[in-house]
Design a protein around this ligand. Structure first.
Ligand SMILES: Nc1ncnc2c1ncn2[C@@H]1O[C@H](COP(=O)(O)OP(=O)(O)OP(=O)(O)O)[C@@H](O)[C@H]1O
Length: 568
């Protein structure tokens, strides 16, 4: 890694010397700009943002830069050689001469002048502004030639005196570069420590930025976002709020329709204030949309796969996942396509968001918002269920765009329907999710998993099902596959107070299930009120019993839905 150095020369005449030294210092990456005092500070701030490691400047400019940024700032010192050179130069002038500067220069200059018997007077100042008062006095006392730094020379010229700039020579510039190299060794040590901490932060999937009092970026870590997801100006406003209130928590709607939660607080280190901001996508904002669910957690899905059929299907994913971005999942209802989508997401973009879009129930406008966001995996389910042309066109438009942006797209569809999308076969991986009747070996694992899940979430008692009982379950048809089995296990464990489920209990429940299925009322049978009640219940079930989403889908308000539900 090369050291990136920004050399800010306070005066133009320094440029050729720096250029000359630069040519010999190939182990440094040196950029050069000219800027005195505040101009120099502005350049330094930009350099900090642009990732330079070290700044080199001189005198008052270096001092001001040091106060404004957090990077190491190396001074180009004024050496005895520099003073000797300027005194020798001044000797040839006949006017009355004075050298003006801070004591670090004037003490040395006075002794050189005394030793070599140079006719020059030396004046010390305590701060840069002192020259404004001093120079008119020198003018009045008959001085014609003033030696000093940039500000002094400019002031001398303004008062009609000759100003000669105290310049830094080659050796001072070389020495500054050497100091920069030494400083960098220490700086790099700190950077590597920060690098380790950054990795730790990434493991915690934090997106954060640390800025200093001047708005300079001290550190940033991006895991879900590519870079700062809000504008820099907004960030500055938040820093001001943190300064006043101590913390800030805001939701920012960024232009692509995402809501981002920003949390900010401050920390004082070595008397300097730092503002720390964390960013997260407000998943709830997406989840409020109909037919759209965002999954933020990043755990390996609990997927039972003891059967040959399941292992074959998973192998297809494992072997293709690094080269392919477009997947189509085929499978019967409830067979686990959603879980496969989670598995693909986990295998690839584990640390980012998975958005599940139920094509049947989502709004095209919402779809547009999600599609243009920076979500990393999108699973479109029910894509073949009478898609509105509007939505279909949207998918057609976005599909390759999404893939080009590195977003993984997973669809679940009927095989024949795919032609409508005109998908290039090379890009696509098709996965056949086996139905439950092809997966005898998975039964025991599935039953145990669901039983454990309900034991933990609902506090149900049973912790074991007799082997014979499982055999009974395998004998019947499960047209809605694993979802249906899961629902059956739920009823089973809820109705059992003992720890073990006997075969007789399973047989009895399977019988009841069969009877109720035979009795299922056709949707259109009965009075209008009864039909309405069945429709409401069916939609409610499809929307996971979320009343807001159900009401929205049915085009009625929540209180009407509530009234209708309580009537039935
Ligand atoms: N192999 C498996 N291991 C554990 N749980 C499973 C497995 N397959 C499915 N499930 C569970 O069964 C239920 C239904 O699965 P999922 O929703 O993934 O099915 P699907 O094929 O996407 O259904 P649909 O197409 O009807 O929406 C979920 O609760 C899921 O967690």
């Amino acid at each position: 890694m090369k050291v990136k150095v920004m050399f800010i020369a306070p005066y133009q005449a320094m440029v050729p010397l720096v250029e000359e030294c630069k040519a010999d210092l190939t182990d440094l990456e040196i950029d050069l700009e000219v800027g005195n005092l505040q101009d120099g500070v502005e350049i330094a701030k930009q350099a900090e943002l642009a990732g330079y490691h070290i700044i080199i400047s001189r005198g008052g400019t270096a001092q001001m830069i040091r106060k404004a940024i957090s990077l190491p700032v190396v001074d180009v010192n004024i050496t005895g050689y520099d003073i000797l050179r300027i005194l020798t130069l001044a000797k040839n002038f006949s006017e009355k001469k004075a050298l003006v500067g801070f004591t670090n220069i004037t003490l040395g200059a006075q002794s050189i002048a005394d030793v070599l018997d140079y006719p020059i007077d030396v004046y010390s100042i305590k701060q840069a502004d002192d020259v404004k008062e001093l120079l008119p006095k020198l003018k009045a006392e008959g001085y014609g030639l003033i030696l000093g730094d940039v500000v002094t020379v400019e002031e001398a010229n303004r008062h009609g005196m000759e100003g000669v700039l105290l310049q830094s020579g080659r050796e001072a510039i070389y020495s500054a570069f050497n100091k920069a190299k030494q400083q960098f060794v220490y700086h790099r040590y700190n950077l590597s420590r920060i690098g380790l901490l950054t990795e730790r932060l990434k493991e915690h999937q934090e997106d954060l930025i640390i800025v200093n009092e001047n708005g300079g970026i001290v550190h940033e870590v991006w895991t879900s976002f590519e870079s700062l997801p809000i504008s820099y100006d907004t960030l500055q406003d938040f820093s001001e709020q943190v300064l006043i209130h101590g913390t800030v928590r805001e939701f920012v709607n960024v232009n692509i329709g995402q809501e981002i939660e920003v949390y900010g607080y401050k920390n004082e280190i070595f008397n300097k204030t730092y503002f720390i901001f964390t960013f997260s996508l407000n998943v709830n904002a997406f989840n409020r949309l109909n037919g759209i669910r965002v999954q933020a957690e990043n755990q390996k899905p609990k997927l039972i796969h003891q059967s040959e059929a399941m292992n074959q299907a998973l192998k297809v994913i494992d072997q293709s996942v690094n080269q392919h971005q477009l997947y189509v999942l085929y499978g019967e209802p409830g067979s686990g396509k959603g879980l496969f989508a989670e598995y693909i997401h986990y295998k690839t973009n584990g640390s980012s968001l998975l958005v599940v879009i139920d094509f049947k129930n989502c709004q095209a406008a919402d779809l547009n918002r999600i599609l243009s966001s920076n979500v990393k995996t999108i699973y479109f389910k029910n894509i073949d269920e009478q898609p509105a042309t509007e939505k279909l066109n949207l998918i057609r438009t976005y599909l390759y765009q999404l893939i080009n942006q590195g977003i993984r797209v997973i669809l679940s569809s009927r095989p024949d329907w795919l032609n409508e999308l005109v998908i290039n076969d090379d890009q696509l991986v098709e996965v056949y999710v086996p139905s439950l009747d092809q997966r005898d070996e998975d039964f025991k694992g599935l039953v145990t998993l669901f039983m454990t899940e309900f034991h933990q979430t609902l506090g149900t008692q049973p912790i074991r099902v007799k082997e014979e009982a499982i055999k009974e379950m395998k004998k019947v048809n499960w047209p809605h596959n694993v979802r249906e089995l899961k629902s059956f296990i739920k009823t089973l464990v809820l109705s059992e107070k003992g720890y073990v489920i006997e075969t007789s209990r399973v047989k009895a429940l399977l019988n009841e299930k069969k009877k109720s299925e035979n009795k299922k009322v056709p949707v259109l049978e009965g009075t209008l009120e009864e039909i309405e009640s069945r429709v409401i219940e069916a939609v409610l079930e499809e929307e996971d019993f979320n009343q807001s989403k159900t009401a929205k889908r049915l085009g009625i308000n929540r209180s009407t839905l509530w009234r209708k539900l309580n009537k039935s």
